[in-house]
Design a protein. Structure first.
Length: 161
């Protein structure tokens, strides 16, 4: 009896792999991706995965009594990782957006600081407004900055507020 059967791509898959694919509803590559993700998770999330793993295992054990425990353990681990990652992705997207915004503001501030001598000269000697300075920086230095940002940085640096 041959325990290997060809799949759609022509390669051979074991019965165990077929069972795992059927239970997880994921490709073998997606399963490997889940396991790699598990290894990169922080300890707190790994413990959450293991808690969920236990409950998923018992649910599958009740529904599929004829399947070996090692297969059900693997399936429940992959499904638990998928659940945790799915729930964390929503939080990670928000955190990533905040992080990118802060990096953008930081890099913009660094660029303004590189041109600070120009800003100071225009403000004090030319008596230009921050709005006029922002237009000047955009036109001659290709630095798009809002006048209120210039004013805020001016207050921090020059007036010490």
């Amino acid at each position: 009896m041959n325990i290997y059967e060809p799949n759609k791509k022509g390669s051979y898959v074991t019965n165990n792999e077929q069972i795992i694919i059927k239970l997880t509803k994921m490709s073998a590559e997606k399963e490997r991706q889940m396991l790699r993700s598990f290894s990169r998770l922080p300890l707190k999330n790994k413990l959450e995965v293991l808690d969920q793993h236990r409950s998923i295992f018992h649910q599958h054990k009740q529904n599929h009594q004829n399947i070996a425990n090692n297969i059900l353990t693997y399936v429940s681990l992959v499904l638990a990782v998928d659940r945790i990652i799915s729930s964390n992705e929503k939080l990670d997207i928000k955190a990533l957006a905040i992080k990118l915004k802060n990096q953008s503001q930081s890099s913009k501030r660094d660029k303004i600081m590189e041109k600070w001598a120009i800003v100071k000269t225009l403000k004090i000697e030319q008596n230009m407004s921050f709005r006029q300075i922002s237009i000047y920086l955009k036109k001659y230095h290709k630095l798009s900055v809002v006048h209120s940002t210039l004013h805020k940085i001016w207050n921090e640096i020059e007036t010490g507020e």
